[in-house]
Design a protein around this ligand. Structure first.
Ligand code: ZN
Length: 721
């Protein structure tokens, strides 16, 4: 088994063309931060790296739209990301960026090595070219009609209406978004990574956790949905993937490679190499400040077999981190491959998918401004609802309830009672106690004392919490943390020291001492989830903040030896507010702000309704021959998503009419439907079927299509007009 000596943990590089929201936080950042803080508390050597992903066509596209340079876009978001991460308590060892010179050098060298080793195949293909702009078009620069759903704003790589993955040449009537001209196909050369050749070893790596015939990692520790997605890709057959693009923003293909002119690295090649360049930058920075550190120290994390590489990402990045990046690393040689990729699913918001374009999100920047000082509350709620195995949901009411019921009523209440009573009874000094003080239910001779039993129980609870954190089951670990706090509350409630103090102060000393040990344990176990609150409790206990240097491990060792976490005689500080209640108004305000964006959208939609067409004269209108009819047969036209072939009875004859309503109306359900038909429309062939006429339909804002029909008892063939 691979027992690591050190860990390299990465969080997905956020893409620098739009702001961060809570879905990002819960997906790839918070889980990594909780895990890393835990590892450090267990005394592990761990390095945590991240940075902004600043290349790719989407950034140049946005820059063009806003009339500024790509550099201005990435600078804006990079500094915004760095500030957001800092405020929410992400404990990166470095937050780097892919536009840095070091990254350009690192990824260009990487490409050069792959090229020189003959790992890349060069191929000519035809790609769309905008003759007016004089450049090849990245997938995102081409729009057109989706062949699957006929949505007319589909991109060259994806249709955002039906979600289909597309190639630019799939689009019907493609248009260049740069100049609105029709692009032409032109030959271009690119370098491909022959993923098809790696199928066998990638399958063994994913399914068996094997690499070069040796055990690499335990695949049973990987999440099912991650393995499932990888296996379905491999089973579907891997294809060579282009590693370069014709673009003017990004890492250039090294000039010494023939044909490099105008070529940039594919953003999905350059971005994960960003983890490597970030690690290099960390080592360089450290060597400047610490004389014994070496700028080459980054290699220990990437190249030493005793290191463990873990990528925290969202589920949309699984294939790149589990198949493509490992393939690149292995063919380059010398690098470790990921030992685990604990990808999360998505977090939805108030019953809908979070959407940047629809402004349906809780933006991190807004949260940090409006909820200043409540960073831990968001961290708590996001871990509690983390989409670890399936999609989860953020609701503002849920946020309020978890804060008020759990953080205020349970955790803050317990801590406050212990600190206040200790100050009241003992002037803030941790009380010594008589080991032999007997409490009810624990009065047999020769048995461990009441206090000893409590300490053993505390150890067991913390140990179990650690086990959950070790296996990265963060929701479960957080639950155990809150159970410990609830236990503390219950313990005080059961013994009621405030009633007992006058008649039996000796017993109260035992109770309060136990209570203080639990509060101290909470301050440690809380740290990975809520580092700000942990520091507050430490201050109330008059302890220094945790340094993340094995503090949790030390505490466990102490408890297992029967030692106390807070020694008798230690002077604690005063009680302070840990969490305060969230009033309803504050939540209502957030819901209002969120719904307002929905209302704006409604207004916009009304404006978007088709404008009135130009007037026509009466003679033109009476030329139109509208008739009542009944659909008597309906079937789908093969290989289309939208088209139905209908037989319509017009009384005097039956007609074949093709109608684009298949997505909204099932053929068998519309047989018998009364319809209004444009009966004198010139015949037209659609997908090989001659359509003679048109069925009148009404469409609403949401795309609902309904028949404009005469009453049921109307016969077929009547004139409408
Ligand atoms: Zn589509």
């Amino acid at each position: 088994m691979h027992i690591p000596e050190r860990y390299l943990v990465t969080s997905a590089l956020p893409y620098a063309n739009g702001p961060l929201h809570v879905g990002h936080l819960a997906g790839a950042y918070l889980p990594a931060d909780v895990y890393v803080r835990f590892l450090r508390l267990m005394g592990k050597d761990v390095l945590f790296v991240c940075g902004s992903d600043e290349h790719g066509a989407a950034i140049t596209l946005k820059a063009r739209k806003e009339g500024i340079s790509p550099r201005e876009i990435v600078d804006k978001y990079h500094s915004q990301f760095a500030e957001t991460f800092e405020k929410i308590g992400m404990s990166f060892d470095i937050y780097h960026r892919t536009s840095s010179e070091l990254h350009h050098r690192t990824s260009a060298d990487f490409f050069k090595t792959l090229y020189e080793k003959g790992e890349l195949t060069e191929r000519e293909s035809e790609q769309y070219y905008d003759s007016e702009a004089g450049q090849f078009l990245a997938d995102r620069y081409i729009k057109g009609e989706c062949p699957k759903c006929s949505f007319d704003e589909a991109y060259g790589d994806q249709c955002e209406n039906c979600g289909a993955t597309l190639s630019p040449t799939d689009l019907i009537n493609p248009v260049s978004t740069l100049t609105d001209s029709t692009p032409v196909l032109k030959k271009t050369r690119h370098w491909y990574l022959p993923l098809d050749k790696y199928e066998d070893w990638l399958r063994a790596y994913i399914s068996e956790g094997e690499l070069d015939g040796k055990e690499h990692h335990d695949p049973s520790l990987w999440k099912n949905h991650v393995l499932g997605q990888c296996k379905s890709w491999i089973d579907g057959g891997l294809e060579p993937r282009a590693m370069t693009r014709d673009l003017d923003w990004g890492v250039g293909v090294p000039a010494e490679i023939p044909g490099s002119e105008g070529k940039k690295l594919y953003v999905w090649l350059d971005a994960p190499i960003g983890y490597i360049s970030a690690t290099r930058q960390w080592a360089i920075n450290r060597a400047k400040n610490e004389p014994e550190a070496d700028p080459e120290d980054w290699k220990k994390y990437w190249m030493d077999e005793k290191s463990c590489l873990i990528h925290f990402i969202g589920k949309d990045n699984i294939v790149f981190h589990c198949l493509i990046f490992p393939a690149i690393l292995k063919r380059h040689g010398g690098y470790l491959l990921p030992h685990n990729v604990p990808a999360n699913q998505f977090m939805n918001l108030e019953g809908r998918k979070i959407s940047t374009s629809r402004n349906w999100a809780v933006w991190m920047k807004d949260y940090l401004e409006r909820w200043d000082g409540m960073e831990d509350s968001l961290r708590y709620y996001c871990v509690k609802n983390m989409p670890e195995q399936r999609d989860s949901e953020f609701t503002w009411k849920g946020f309020q309830q978890s804060h008020n019921n759990e953080l205020v009523n349970n955790l803050a209440n317990f801590v406050n009672r212990v600190i206040v009573l200790t100050n009241k009874y003992y002037d803030g000094v941790v009380p010594d106690f008589d080991e032999n003080t007997l409490l009810e239910g624990n009065d047999e001779l020769g048995m461990p004392s009441y206090h000893e039993v409590e300490i053993m129980d505390l150890f067991d609870r913390l140990d179990s919490l650690c086990e959950s954190l070790r296996s990265c089951e963060l929701r479960n670990a957080l639950k155990k943390f809150m159970e410990l706090s609830a236990y503390g509350n219950q313990f005080l409630q059961n013994h009621q020291p405030w009633k007992l103090q006058k008649e039996d102060p000796e017993t109260v000393k035992v109770i309060m001492n136990v209570g203080l040990q639990v509060v101290c344990a909470l301050s440690i176990a809380m740290h990975p989830f809520m580092p700000f609150g942990s520091a507050k409790i430490r201050k109330m206990l008059n302890l220094s903040p945790l340094r993340e240097e094995g503090d949790f491990l030390t505490a466990l060792d102490q408890l297992s030896e029967g030692e106390l976490l807070l020694k008798s005689g230690h002077q604690i500080g005063k009680a302070e507010h840990l969490f305060t209640r969230i009033p309803d108004e504050k939540i209502e305000r957030e819901l209002e702000l969120l719904q307002n964006t929905g209302e704006e959208k409604q207004e916009k939609k009304e404006q978007d309704r088709p404008k009135l067409k130009e007037n026509i004269d009466f003679d033109s209108f009476v030329k139109l021959d509208l008739r009542t009819g009944t659909i008597v047969a309906a079937e789908k036209i093969p290989k289309t998503d939208k088209l139905l072939k209908l037989e319509v009875d017009l009384g005097f004859e039956k007609r074949t009419i093709v109608s684009g309503i298949a997505e909204l109306h099932e053929p068998k359900k519309i047989v018998g439907q009364k319809v209004t038909v444009v009966a004198n429309l010139a015949p037209k062939k659609l997908r090989g079927v001659e359509s003679r006429g048109m069925i009148l339909m009404a469409e609403d804002d949401n795309g609902r299509l309904e028949f404009v029909a005469p009453p049921k008892d109307f016969e077929n063939g009547f004139a409408v007009g």
